[in-house]
Every structure is written in structure tokens, then in C-alpha cells.
Design a protein around this ligand. Structure first.
Ligand code: ASP
Length: 432
């Protein structure tokens, strides 16, 4: 076992991912099958769901446990250590603009690849059970009002990210402006954040086992044939996300910021693999924060503010996917699209991705916002969601990984522009 612990963490996590795929395939192929009501079941998949998945779920719970206390304390101490509250304004504006820009690029890429790969053409919906859609989402005004927590404790208890950010900002700024009288709270927060990081590092040590369990289960339960049912969609999504990561984030890091690109991807690999295996960018947040601080040298003021905001509103993989699904629907239901339709898809997909919850398969339900603009009826949308949902997991894994990578890329850019990037750390090979 010594060889295992001699490996640095990201290598162990990556190896766990590969072993999970292999073991999952073995379970699926050699576990045997049985048929109930004409549906084939895989005994290996049942085994993985009962005996292996719980370890993965425990890991997901462990990182989720860290999200609220880590975000809250990092954000407050980030602000108190930055010296002047005005800095917050420029950080926020830069992050927001970059988030919207990268999302627009992503949805355009989705439309581009959707036009090339034509997913959805010739799909047969005869046996599909429509999936109920969520009710009407709250209005824009209500959503904005909800950013202000009527009760901060409630917001913390519910993990209501934007409301937590709002309260933490106020708290940080107040501590900063009060100075001496607020010092005990400042010291408390600084100690608390260190404690949270200690726990995060412990949790990261079990990441390889959690990732192994999750990937084994997904592979055993879904198999590779899942891809074949939605092959064109999966292909377009994987190629689209890879292109976006390499060109958009690569261009940003390498050309705009003039930083080594490999170092960036190496630094956030743990977060990428955790995002890929858990399919939740909000859940991955503690790992993302710790990766960018420890490996990329991004200071807490940026990591603690830009990343939680990004996990909530920045979803490039999701918006790319929504663009693709809009074309999928157009092809499947025989709708001709004009240039204005494309523009409307881009706009609504961007807005919808901002409002998408950072949890598994959340984006599918946002189709209720995007598809009406091209004339898809609610019944057809429900049918489409019912069709895609069983195959969504392997697609979700890729877009969640892209979402998290995008958050980290934007955080790197904002940190560099704000002078909050320790380039020595960035350029040094990560030790863990
Ligand atoms: N699972 C994605 C995330 O957490 C959201 C989605 O596209 O469904 O980022």
C-alpha cells in the first residue's frame, strides 16, 4: 500500500477514477442479467448501487458538509484581509462580466456543434414517459429580492448561496470599517477558516475512495451503451466542453493572463475529478476553493468571493448543453430555426444557466425556460426531459466539470487583475 500513499493526491484521485470505470465495467459485464416485465436488469449494477454507491454518497455528504461554513468564513476573512471595501466592487464587476461573457461563448459553441452534429434528428419518442416539469420558476424580481436573507441563520441552514454571500459581505465590510472593536470577531473568523481548511484537507484524503465508489456505480449502472442512445448529443457535448475548456479558458489563461496553462489544469485537477464524479458544482466548492488557494496561489479575497458566486451563477457546460438541447428539440420535433431563434436561444440559455441549481441534472429542468422561445410546447418539453433523463448522468458529469473549470479560470483572471495572485505558488508544482 506504500506506493499508493507515496503518490500525490491528484494522481490517486485520477487513478481511482480509471479504476472505477474498469471495475464498473467488470461488474456490469460479468455480474449477469435478469429480466423483470421485459426490462433487462444488471445484477452487477444492483450490487454497485447497494454496496458501493453508499461510500460515494458518504463522500458527497462530507464535502457538502463543508460548503456553508467554508464559504462563509473564507468570504468574511477574505474581505477583512483586503484592506478596503471598495476593492470588492471591482472584483464583483469583473467576475460577473467575465462569467456572462464565457457563458455566451459556451452557448454559442453549443449552437455551433449542435448545427454540425444534429442531435435529435430521427429520435423516436413513442415509448417515452413524459417527465413532470418543475412549476413556474420565481420571477426575476423575486429572485433578486431573495438575495437579501430575511433571516441569515435560515439562509445558512438552507445553503442559500447568494443570500449567504450577501450577508457575509456585509459582515466582512462592517468588521473592516469598525476596526478595533470588531477585532475579536475578525480573529474568530480567521481561526475558523483555518479550522475549516484543516477539515477540508482531511476530506480530500478520502476523495480517491469516494470518486472510485461513484464512478464504479455510474459505470455499472449506466454502462457505455448509455452513450449510444444519445450518441450525437453526448459527442457534441463532450467535444463542445473540451473545446470550450481549451480555447476559452486556455485562451484566457495563456493569452490574456500570460500564465502557464498546464499548471492551471494540474492545479485544479482534484476539483475537476470531484466535479466529474459527483455532478454537483456547489458540492465541489470546498475542493475548488482549496485547490485554487493551495495550488494556484489565488488569495482568499478572490477565491472566497468569486468561486461561490461562480458556483451559483456561472455554468458554461450547462449553457452549452442547453444550446445543444434546443437544437435537439428542433430536430426531433421538426422546427425550422431562424437567426432570431438562435439569438433567443443564446439569451435564454444564458439566463437559465445563471438560474440553474448546481445539483445533478438541474439543467434539464431549465428547458422549460429555453424551449418555449422556439415554439416547443410544454408537453413536448416534458417528453424530451423524460427521454434524456435516464441518460443524463454521463452528460452531467462533463458539464459539471466544465462549470467548475470555468469558475476557477475566472477566479484566476480576477485574481491576476486585482494583484491577488501569488504567481510563485501558481508556477510551483503542486505538492499535494
Ligand atoms: N450538475 C450541474 C452542476 O452542478 C448543473 C447541470 O448542468 O445540471 O453544475
Amino acid at each position: 500500500m506504500k506506493w499508493w500513499f507515496n503518490m500525490v493526491l491528484w494522481q490517486r484521485v485520477l487513478l481511482a477514477l480509471l479504476l472505477g470505470v474498469a471495475f464498473g465495467l467488470v461488474l456490469r459485464s460479468f455480474g449477469g442479467t435478469y429480466t423483470v416485465d421485459g426490462v433487462t436488469h444488471y445484477a452487477g449494477a444492483d450490487f454497485a448501487t447497494t454496496w458501493i454507491k453508499p461510500f460515494g454518497s458518504a463522500f458527497v455528504q462530507l464535502i457538502k458538509m463543508l460548503v456553508v461554513p467554508l464559504v462563509f468564513t473564507t468570504l468574511v476573512t477574505g474581505i477583512t484581509s483586503m484592506g478596503h471595501p471598495s476593492k470588492l466592487g471591482t472584483i464583483g464587476v469583473r467576475a460577473f462580466l467575465l462569467y456572462v461573457f464565457t457563458t455566451l461563448v459556451a452557448v454559442s459553441l453549443g449552437l455551433f456543434y449542435g448545427t454540425i452534429f444534429k442531435p435529435g434528428a430521427g429520435v423516436d419518442f413513442t415509448d417515452v414517459v413524459p417527465n413532470a416539469l418543475i412549476g413556474n420558476p420565481p420571477s426575476m424580481a423575486q429572485r433578486l429580492i431573495n438575495i437579501i436573507p430575511a433571516n441569515p441563520v435560515h439562509a445558512l441552514a438552507n445553503g442559500d448561496m447568494l443570500a449567504i454571500i450577501f450577508f457575509a459581505l456585509l459582515l466582512g465590510v462592517a468588521i473592516l470599517m469598525l476596526g478595533k472593536p470588531a477585532k475579536p470577531v475578525d480573529d474568530f473568523m480567521k481561526a475558523a477558516v483555518q479550522i475549516m481548511f484543516k477539515i477540508t484537507h482531511w476530506v480530500m484524503e478520502v476523495a480517491p475512495y469516494g470518486v472510485f465508489a461513484l464512478i464504479t456505480w455510474v459505470t455499472a449502472a449506466k454502462g457505455v451503451e448509455t452513450f449510444s442512445s444519445v450518441f450525437m448529443l453526448a459527442l457534441a457535448l463532450y467535444i463542445g466542453c473540451l473545446t470550450h475548456m481549451l480555447l476559452m479558458y486556455g485562451g484566457l489563461i495563456k493569452l490574456a493572463l500570460r500564465l502557464p496553462l498546464i499548471r492551471f489544469f494540474r492545479g485544479i485537477l482534484d476539483a475537476q475529478v470531484v466535479a466529474f464524479s459527483t455532478s454537483t458544482s456547489a458540492g465541489t466548492l470546498p475542493v475548488t476553493i482549496s485547490c485554487v488557494q493551495d495550488n494556484l496561489g489565488i488569495k482568499p479575497v478572490v477565491a472566497g468571493s468569486v468561486l461561490p458566486l461562480g458556483a451559483t451563477i456561472n455554468m458554461d457546460g450547462t449553457s452549452l448543453y442547453l444550446g445543444l438541447l434546443a437544437l435537439f428539440a428542433a430536430n426531433a420535433f421538426g422546427i425550422d430555426l431562424s437567426f432570431t431563434d438562435y439569438a433567443m436561444i443564446a439569451l435564454t440559455a444564458t439566463l437559465a444557466s445563471i438560474g440553474t441549481a448546481s445539483i445533478p441534472s438541474a439543467s434539464l429542468f431549465m428547458l422549460a425556460i429555453v424551449l418555449p422561445v422556439i415554439g416547443v410546447s410544454p408537453e413536448q418539453t416534458a417528453l424530451l426531459v423524460g427521454f434524456i433523463l435516464p441518460f443524463d448522468r454521463p452528460l452531467d458529469m462533463m458539464r459539471t466539470m466544465t462549470n467548475v473549470t470555468g469558475d476557477a479560470a475566472v477566479a484566476t483572471a480576477v485574481a491576476k487583475w486585482e494583484g491577488e495572485l501569488d504567481e510563485e505558488v501558481y508556477r510551483t508544482v503542486a505538492k499535494v
